[in-house]
Design a protein around this ligand. Structure first.
Ligand SMILES: NC(=O)c1ccc[n+]([C@@H]2O[C@H](COP(=O)([O-])OP(=O)(O)OC[C@H]3O[C@@H](n4cnc5c(N)ncnc54)[C@H](OP(=O)(O)O)[C@@H]3O)[C@@H](O)[C@H]2O)c1
Length: 269
C-alpha cells in the first residue's frame, strides 16, 4: 500500500478525531495531503475541526457524528467504509477509561467501555478490511495502550480492553499482510490529551517526564506503519517499560501496580 497521498487521492477515516491523539492524527494527515472523514459524537466540534483543516490544507473533510458505543453509531461508520468512495487508512482511535475499579463499577459502565474500546474496533476493522483486501490496498491503525501489556492498575478493566486491541491487531495484521494490507496496534504511554480528565482520573502525581505529546505519538505511529510493524510503541522510555512488563518478576510488577492503585480509588481489591 502507499502512504503517500501525493501519488494518488487518498482518504483516511479517524474516530475520536476532535481531541487528543485523534485530532493529532487528523491534523498530521491533512497536512500530508490526505482527504479525511472525521468521526466523534460532538457535531459542533466536528464542524469546527473540518473548517479548520479544510481551510488550512484545502483537503475534502467529511464529518460523521456517531456514538461508537452504540450499534447505530457503528453501523453509520460501517456504511461509510463500505461506500464507493474508498477509505485507504482507518484509525480506530476513540476510546475511554473508567474512574472506578471493577468491584465498584456497574455492568452498564463496563459494557459501554467494552462496546467502544473493543466491539467498535472489531466492527470497523472488519468493515474496512473487506474493501481493502479486495483492492489489495489499505491500512488500519488501532489505538491501544502500553497498559494492555500487563494488569498494571488493579481493578481497572481498561488494560484488559487494550490487551484485546493489541492481540487482535497483531493477529489480524498477520492475516491481512498477504493481501497487501497493514493492520497495526499503536500502544502509547501517558499522553497529554483530554482522556484522564474526561474519565475523572487524577494524574497530578505522574512525573512530567512520563508524558508524551500526541503529535510525537502520531509521528512514531506513521513511521512504524511505513516499516510494516504490527505493534508500535512510541518513545524509548515506553519500549523499555514494555520490555520490563514482559520480563520483570511478577512481585516487582505487583509492587508497581500497588503504587498506581490510588489513581482509580483506594479501596479496591
Ligand atoms: N491519553 C493517554 O494517556 C492514552 C494513553 C494510551 C492510549 N490512549 C488511547 O488513545 C485513544 C485516544 O485517546 P485520547 O487520549 O486522545 O482521548 P481524548 O482526548 O479524551 O479524545 C477522545 C476522542 O474520542 C471521542 N469519543 C469519545 N467517546 C466516543 C464515543 N462513544 N463515540 C465516538 N467518539 C467518542 C471524543 O469526542 P466526543 O466526546 O465528541 O465523542 C474525542 O474526539 C484512546 O483509545 C485511548 O485509550 C490514550
Amino acid at each position: 500500500m502507499t502512504l503517500d497521498p501525493t501519488t494518488a487521492e487518498r482518504r483516511a477515516l479517524v474516530t475520536g478525531a476532535t481531541a487528543g491523539i485523534g485530532a493529532a492524527f487528523a491534523r498530521r494527515l491533512a497536512a500530508d495531503g490526505w482527504h479525511l472523514v472525521l468521526v466523534a459524537r460532538d457535531a459542533a466540534r466536528l464542524s469546527e475541526m473540518a473548517t479548520e483543516l479544510g481551510s488550512r490544507h484545502g483537503r475534502a473533510v467529511e464529518i460523521l457524528s456517531a456514538d461508537l458505543s452504540t450499534d447505530d453509531g457503528c453501523a453509520t461508520v460501517e456504511q461509510r467504509l463500505a461506500s464507493d468512495s474508498p477509505v485507504h487508512l482507518l484509525v480506530n482511535n476513540a476510546g475511554i477509561s473508567l474512574n472506578k475499579p471493577f468491584l465498584r463499577s456497574t455492568a452498564e459502565d463496563e459494557a459501554r467501555l467494552l462496546r467502544l474500546n473493543v466491539h467498535a474496533v472489531m466492527r470497523l476493522t472488519l468493515a474496512a478490511l473487506r474493501p481493502m483486501t479486495e483492492r489489495r490496498d489499505g491500512a488500519v491503525i488501532n489505538v491501544s495502550s502500553v497498559a494492555g501489556f500487563g494488569a498494571v492498575m488493579p481493578g481497572s478493566t481498561y488494560s484488559a480492553s487494550k490487551a484485546w486491541v493489541t492481540n487482535f491487531s497483531d493477529s489480524v495484521g498477520q492475516s491481512a499482510r498477504p493481501f497487501g494490507v497493514r493492520v497495526m496496534a499503536l500502544c502509547p504511554g501517558y499522553t497529554r490529551t483530554e482522556f484522564h480528565e474526561r474519565a475523572g482520573i487524577n494524574m497530578s502525581k505522574t512525573p512530567e517526564w512520563l508524558w508524551l505529546r500526541a503529535e510525537d505519538v502520531v509521528d512514531d505511529a506513521l513511521r512504524d506503519l511505513r516499516k510494516g510493524k504490527l505493534v508500535s510503541i512510541p518513545a524509548w522510555k515506553y519500549k523499555v517499560a514494555v520490555a520490563g512488563l514482559r520480563h520483570a518478576p511478577i512481585r516487582l510488577l505487583q509492587a508497581v501496580a500497588r503504587d498506581t492503585r490510588s489513581r482509580i480509588g483506594r479501596d479496591e481489591r
